[in-house]
Design a protein around this ligand. Structure first.
Ligand code: DGI
Ligand code: FE
Ligand code: FE
Length: 198
C-alpha cells in the first residue's frame, strides 16, 4: 500500500509549477498524461493521485538538451550507460525522477520509478509504471501515433493492461528501426518480456 498520502492540493500545486516550468505544448502534453493516467488508475485500481502526480511530472526535465542532461546526471552522481551518453534525451526520464525527489519533494518510490522508466519501460514494471508509460503514449494530443485508436481501445476496454503495453513497445521499436536509431537494450528486453507474458 501507499507509504504516502497525496491529495488534490499537492496535485494542483504541481500543475502550477509545471505550467511555469515547461513550454506550453509540453505542459499541455503533461496535463494530458496526468488526466489519462488518472483514468487508467480508476480502471486498473491504482492510486489516482499518484497517477496524476507521476503524469504531470514525468517530463519535468524535458527542457534540457542532450549534453545538458549528461552533465546534470554526472554532477548529481546519477549512473549513465554508454548508450544514454550517446542518446542524452533518454536521460530526461532519469533526471526527471531525480528532480521529482529533490526539487518537487516526492517521497513515494513508485512515483519516482514511474518517471524514471517512462521512456524505455523495463521488465517487471509496477502497475503505476505501466499506467504512466501507456498514458504518455495515448494522451489526447498524441494523434499521429500509428494504431492509436486500437491501443486506446485495448487500454480502456481490455482487461489485460500488458496488452496495451506490448502494442506501444512494438510500435516504438518499429518506429526506431524506421529511423535507423539504435535501440536501448532496456527497451528491447522490456518488449521481449511482456510479449512472452501476454
Ligand atoms: O518525452 P516524450 O516525447 O513525451 O516521450 P518519451 O519520453 O516516451 O520519449 C519518446 C521517444 O523516446 C520516442 O521517440 C522513442 C524514444 N525511445 C524510447 N526507447 C528508446 C527510444 N529512443 C532510442 N533511441 N532508443 C530507445 O531504446
Ligand atoms: Fe518523456
Ligand atoms: Fe511525455
Amino acid at each position: 500500500m501507499a507509504d504516502y498520502n497525496y491529495d488534490h492540493r499537492i496535485v494542483l500545486s504541481l500543475y502550477e509549477q509545471m505550467e511555469k516550468t515547461l513550454k506550453r505544448h509540453r505542459y499541455i502534453h503533461s496535463v494530458g498524461v496526468a488526466g489519462t493516467a488518472a483514468c487508467l488508475a480508476m480502471k486498473y485500481k491504482e492510486d489516482v493521485y499518484k497517477a496524476q502526480i507521476a503524469g504531470i511530472l514525468h517530463d519535468c526535465a524535458k527542457m534540457y538538451d542532450d549534453s545538458e542532461l549528461v552533465k546534470l546526471c554526472r554532477k548529481n552522481k546519477i549512473e549513465i550507460s554508454t548508450f544514454e551518453e550517446k542518446h542524452g534525451f533518454l536521460l530526461h526520464a532519469k533526471y526527471g525522477a531525480f528532480l521529482a525527489k529533490e526539487k518537487y519533494n516526492i517521497k513515494d518510490k513508485d512515483i519516482i520509478n514511474a518517471i524514471k522508466w517512462h521512456t524505455t519501460g523495463h521488465e517487471n514494471m509496477s502497475l503505476l509504471e505501466k499506467i504512466v508509460f501507456i498514458a504518455d503514449y495515448i494522451e489526447p494530443t498524441r494523434t499521429k501515433a500509428p494504431n492509436i485508436s486500437d491501443i486506446r481501445d485495448v487500454a480502456f476496454n481490455g482487461s489485460d493492461i500488458d496488452k496495451a503495453l506490448v502494442m506501444i513497445m512494438r510500435d516504438t521499436l518499429h518506429y526506431l528501426e524506421d529511423s535507423s536509431e539504435n535501440i536501448d537494450s532496456t527497451t528491447l528486453k522490456a518488449y521481449e518480456y511482456y510479449k512472452n507474458k501476454i
